[in-house]
Ligand binder design. Structure first.
Ligand code: PHE
Length: 339
């Protein structure tokens, strides 16, 4: 019996020397002190020991039990504290680290420019109206003096939905709708998306945005058109721009013209931006054709007016110095975040 107790002590000491974590201590404790463990077994064996030896043997076994219990408790304490310290160390956060940036959405550069354009026209007494993107052939062409087989229809390759319905090829589709719904005097700008069946390249896209304008009143003349254009472009470029008017052709205006402004980058001496011409082509315009006024229910003997239309992307390219119109639809954050 005496030897058995010493052997058990040695075994326990060997096991105990190998513990690494609190979990191991729990295991050893169960292994040695558990109901089916060796200590309990020795207690059972006590019955076979002679009555005079029994108290001494009992004390020996009990001492070992107390020793194991005590060591396990101390082991648990020490390891538990070490593990707790390790856990805290691992969970530590560096409160001095900079926070993560939250990205805030921004307006698209074309929309930013549109806001500016509209605010200038509003300041000049124009109101803003929106026409439909899907429209009939009548509002886009026929009513604007493009007869069915008029060659001018070939000027714009059109997305037809049915023989009579189409995606508007210009914001001029809104002109007649405004004339039908309102009486002159009319001063309106009509921004919107337009669609053309063109090859996508650095200079053209299948959809882009235009700002149409229209001014109808008694005695409206060419001089009003010139003054309006000069005023608008000067405000937009924040300088007194020099304008140039060249004759051009659009079926719904007579006479029709193209407005150029002297290149704001080189001052007219020629640079990459103006393709070394000294001028920037910015807008198509003209006096509204009497037939179009009639179609809109306005008497051309009493009223006259002018209209214009320009592309927003082209303008954004000029103002922002971007060289490829596709950049506006590619969602490249490196570009978009600059605005
Ligand atoms: N609608 C013409 C275009 O898309 C522009 C324009 C509008 C010209 C109004 C004259 C008057 O090119």
């Amino acid at each position: 019996m005496h030897d058995k107790v010493s052997l058990l002590r040695q075994q326990f000491q060997a096991d105990f020397s190998k513990i690494a974590q609190a979990k191991d201590v729990e295991e050893i404790k169960v292994k040695y002190l558990g109901k089916k463990g060796p200590i309990q077994e020795l207690m059972q064996d006590l019955r076979t020991v002679s009555a005079d030896e029994r108290p001494l043997m009992g004390k020996l076994i009990n001492d070992l039990k107390v020793e194991i219990t005590h060591l396990c408790e101390k082991g648990l304490e020490g390891l538990g504290a070490a593990e707790e310290a390790k856990r805290i160390e691992e969970e530590k956060i560096d409160v001095t680290l900079p926070g993560r940036t939250q990205f805030v959405g921004k307006k698209h550069p074309v929309n930013l420019l549109l806001d500016e354009v509209l605010s200038i026209f509003k300041g000049m007494g124009f109101s803003v109206h929106y026409g439909p993107d899907i429209d009939s052939d009548y509002y886009n062409y026929e009513g604007l003096n493009f007869p069915k087989d008029h060659p001018a229809r070939d000027m714009q390759d059109t997305f037809y939905i049915t023989p009579d319905m189409l995606l508007r090829s210009h914001t001029s589709n809104t002109q007649l709708r405004i004339m039908e719904a309102h009486k002159p005097p009319l001063r309106v700008v009509m921004p919107g998306t337009v669609y053309r069946n063109e090859d996508i390249s650095a200079r053209s896209h299948v959809f882009f945005h235009q700002v149409e304008g229209m001014y109808i009143d008694k005695h409206v003349s060419f001089a009003d058109l010139f003054a309006t254009m000069h005023e608008f472009w000067s405000k937009l470029f924040k300088t007194d721009v020099v304008t140039r008017f060249r004759p051009s052709y659009f079926p719904f205006v007579e006479p029709g013209l193209e407005v150029d402004i002297k290149c704001t980058t080189c001052g007219g001496s020629g640079c990459r931006l103006c393709k070394h011409t000294g001028w920037l082509e910015v807008v198509g315009a003209g006096m509204i054709h009497p037939e179009v006024l009639k179609n809109g229910g306005i008497d051309p003997e009493v009223y006259s007016g002018f209209a214009w239309g320009f592309g927003m992307e082209r303008l954004a390219l000029l103002l922002y110095g971007i060289t490829d119109i596709r950049a506006f639809t590619q969602n490249d954050l490196k570009l978009l975040q600059q605005f």
